[in-house]
Design a protein around this ligand. Structure first.
Ligand code: BG6
Length: 466
């Protein structure tokens, strides 16, 4: 079986990770700017997309990639999140979109990719209703401004990773740990902001389409015959996947979801309150979204765990250093026979298939799913002859595409697939030695070189088969 002619093969990027010029050209600060200043790496130059987008778009076209996920940096448009407008930032994205048109590349545009403007971040980010209102105004501005250039929108990228990294794992600013209450409330805040933005988009009658991107990881019981492990996997799933799938596809939280979330919050002396009007907005948006974006990298095997919280982030690529034990949820463990990346991410392509089948069965969702990110992060270097032989990345992508095709053949409506990432970009809590690109970014010259995977992907796109 082949991929159909209209199946979209693309690649993905995100503003803060590739643009550079993070504090110049009128752009307002984001929390990352100050946070990174205290560490070993900065994003001030990143992959220099701000200057090199014509090169990247041209390379993409040469390699048959005709869809590119990019994100708009909110603080490049509104430096303080709301109010003052930075015309230079507005123009920059016009230039990018026009260049896309010139190269025949369809932009798929995300409005929020981990980069709330600092002024709003400092006042509580999405725990504060003011951020929701500001986001909706920013979204409405972009819809109108870019209506003739952008047809495919996503409101947020990865609501759960934002919440867990900010408030549970503590690796994204403000670096708070084990506060499940804040994580849940911030996810709800983002889902309300998403819903309001979708409803405005639809009420204005723009010709384009809109959805949201979630990072989904299938949760399997470590021992499928052990009821405690089964329960732990279910809880982890509800927290990281189902809470958001309910909000996005149903427009409300199911009883099962609320029951588990409240149990977890009781255990952590927390609570979750929301307004009934939020649910009305969310239901309206659930009926109106055009597609779901799914980022998929890994799945988890979860074991019953009764001890204290203990989460250790592997940000160096030193295998075996990651730990995830969350009180009242479970422990994510490596399982014999299942390979992992150097960052301890389980490589389990079947998890993508299982998640796609689950969404289509549990939610009867038939509108269409895009795999908006999938790829392999690894340490790489380039030979003297500018060759980067990334066979393991080719193998990773090929296996995921094989399972994806199986899901399509079994009736799941998947419209496209985007490799993360087009070129090597800055990786949030891992710096620059975790590379994902189809194109090698030679820091600090920032020149691009196609890796073996770029040539391989070009053949896949041309032949519509793996
Ligand atoms: C997703 C994000 O979480 O995964 C990207 O949308 C991110 O922004 C990618 O870079 C890979 O994660 P990491 O932490 O390895 O860079």
């Amino acid at each position: 079986m082949k991929f159909s002619k209209d199946f979209v093969f693309g690649a993905a990027t995100a503003a803060y990770q590739c643009e550079g010029e993070t504090r110049t050209h009128g752009k307002g600060k984001v929390a990352w700017d100050d946070y990174l200043e205290k560490g070993n790496f900065q994003a001030d130059k990143a992959s220099d997309f701000y200057h090199q987008y014509p090169v990247d778009l041209h390379l993409a076209k040469q390699f048959g990639i005709n869809a590119l996920r990019i994100s708009i940096a909110w603080s490049r448009i509104f430096p303080y999140g709301e109010g003052v407008l930075n015309q230079e930032g507005v123009d920059f994205y016009h230039h990018v979109f026009r260049q896309c048109q010139k190269e025949g590349i369809e932009p798929y545009v995300t409005l929020h990719h981990f980069d709330t403007p600092l002024a709003l971040h400092e006042r509580g980010d999405f725990l504060n209703r003011e951020t929701i209102d500001a986001f909706v105004k920013y979204a409405a501005f972009c819809f109108k401004e870019y209506k003739d250039e952008v047809s495919y929108w996503f409101t947020f990228n990865e609501v759960w990773p934002i919440a867990t990294n900010q408030y549970i794992e503590g690796v994204f600013p403000p670096c708070i740990t084990y506060d499940i209450s804040k994580a849940i409330s911030s996810m709800h805040g983002m889902m309300v902001a998403h819903a309001k933005a979708v409803n405005i988009f639809k009420s204005c009658g723009y010709k384009g389409q809109i959805g949201i991107i979630h990072s989904l990881e299938t949760k399997y019981p470590y021992d499928p015959t052990n009821t405690d492990d089964i329960r732990a996997a279910k809880k982890d799933d509800i927290l990281a996947n189902q809470f958001l799938l309910d909000a996005t596809l149903l427009g409300y939280y199911s009883e099962e979801t609320l029951h588990t979330i409240n149990e977890l919050l009781d255990l952590n002396h927390g609570s979750f309150h929301y307004d009934k009007r939020d649910i009305a907005e969310m239901k309206e948006a659930a009926n109106q979204i055009d597609y779901l974006g799914m980022n998929y990298y890994q799945s988890n095997f979860v074991r019953y765990y009764d001890g204290e919280n203990e989460i250790v982030h592997n940000g160096t690529g030193e295998k075996g250093t990651k730990k995830f034990k969350l009180k009242g949820v479970g422990e994510r463990v490596i399982k014999d026979g299942i390979p992992t990346t150097d960052w301890d991410w389980l490589i389990y392509p079947q998890g993508m298939y299982d998640m796609l089948m689950r969404i289509s069965k549990q939610y009867a969702f038939t509108k269409g799913i895009y795999i908006t990110e999938n790829g392999l992060g690894k340490k790489e270097s380039m030979s003297d002859y500018h060759i980067v032989d990334d066979e393991s990345r080719i193998d990773y992508i090929a296996k995921h595409l094989t399972w994806l095709l199986k899901a399509i053949n079994e009736g799941v409506c998947v419209k496209g697939y985007f490799v993360w990432s087009l070129m090597d970009v800055f990786s949030w809590s891992n710096g620059y030695n975790k590379r994902y690109g189809l194109f090698y970014t030679d820091y600090p010259t920032q020149k691009r070189y196609p890796k073996a995977s770029a040539y391989w992907y070009k053949r896949v796109i041309k032949n519509r088969e793996i």
